[in-house]
Write a protein that binds this ligand. Sequence first.
Ligand code: NDP
Length: 401
Amino acid sequence: MKDVLVIGAGGVSSVAVHKMAKNPGLFGKVTLASRRRFKCDAIAKSVQERFGVEIATAEVDADDVDATALLIDQVKPKLVVNLALPYQDLNLMEACLKTGVDYLDTANYEPRDEAKFEYGWQWAYQDRFKEAGLMALLGSGFDPGVTSVFATYIKKHLLDTIATLDILDCNGGDHGQHFATNFNPEINIREVTAPARHWENGDWVETPALSERQVFIFDQVGAKNMYLMYHEELESLVKHIPEIKRARFWMTFGEQYLTHLRVLQNVGMTSIEPVMYEGREIIPLQFLKAVLPEPSTLGETTKGKTNIGDIATGTKDGAEKTVYVYNVCDHEDAYAETGNQAVSYTTGVPAMIGAALMLNGQWRGTGVFNMEEFDPDPFMDMLNAHGLPWQVKELPEPLKF
Ligand code: NDP
């Protein structure tokens, strides 16, 4: 039984559902449910036109545990794939526990009123999932997700021990808009404006947001400014690969994006503190999201490539070695295949792969798991087979910064 219920109908979901429909051997019936059904129907129409596959659609508010559990009982899937927003993670985990169904997501739970990017809330479900004989797989996107699997691949095949790990996320794409984010604007801006944090010798080191910049030459993209940031996979990676002495995450941003962001921040539009407006409370960042382009509409105009990967330095057979594992994804190719740009594609494909591995039993366990807890090999093979081929390079020396 390989039926799935996908929740959320944004860009990431659209890619995952197209890919599930394209691989009928890996998935049974696909049902897509979201807050607004017309978004699900639009994805279902595109899937039908592209691959001739029917998917069912439904409307559900995933913040409502009982309503979601009712839907799960009606659909009877083997797995719930959460591609809504991080705010829904705990409610969807509750609904899965209530109905006895496995769970997968791509981003850690976030409370609406606090930007934390911590796994603690979801790790706390460990015993309940274990006792119920169920599995929850956290963070099956690209970062977290593929970058976590790259780290375990490095550990399994390329280095005996990892001393330093740098995750480099470059989007060299141009969507032609003055300002837009490539995935959910609210989550994206919360992430970018949070203080940077990296792991060094057993502790977190915090620095102001976007204060540390380096230039890196990305294969097939070119030289880009990248900024030190905090990203959730750092927390689980240093927990599960405890030998890592230093772990950092870098993301590229263009000047135009940063200038707009600075202005929006300076005028208070990125705040998650409620303000009164015409007699009602609004959250400035949520209002900003409402006026920005939806990420799922950017596909048609976005050109260029993403390049995301891990650079690790450690030892192999007693000698120091630095390796780089990365994927390059073309925005226009992603759009031609699924109608979505590469940031949605690089997240939706790993969500589909994580789901397939759970359904076929290659990744199996009871409890709550992060990606790096499983054998990387079947996941890495599927990346090559399903549109996200990766490369390995040995670098002549460790990163100089
Ligand atoms: P979008 O905002 O495009 O899509 C989110 C979808 O969830 C929308 O269809 C939205 O409905 C729906 N939704 C929101 N609230 C609810 C609710 N209460 N009940 C049911 N559905 C709801 O986001 P993206 O597709 O860009 O991102 C999806 C997820 O992927 C996010 O959690 C994001 O953080 C994560 N992500 C992970 C990455 C990774 O590499 N690991 C990278 C990029 C994203 P509506 O359309 O009505 O607004």
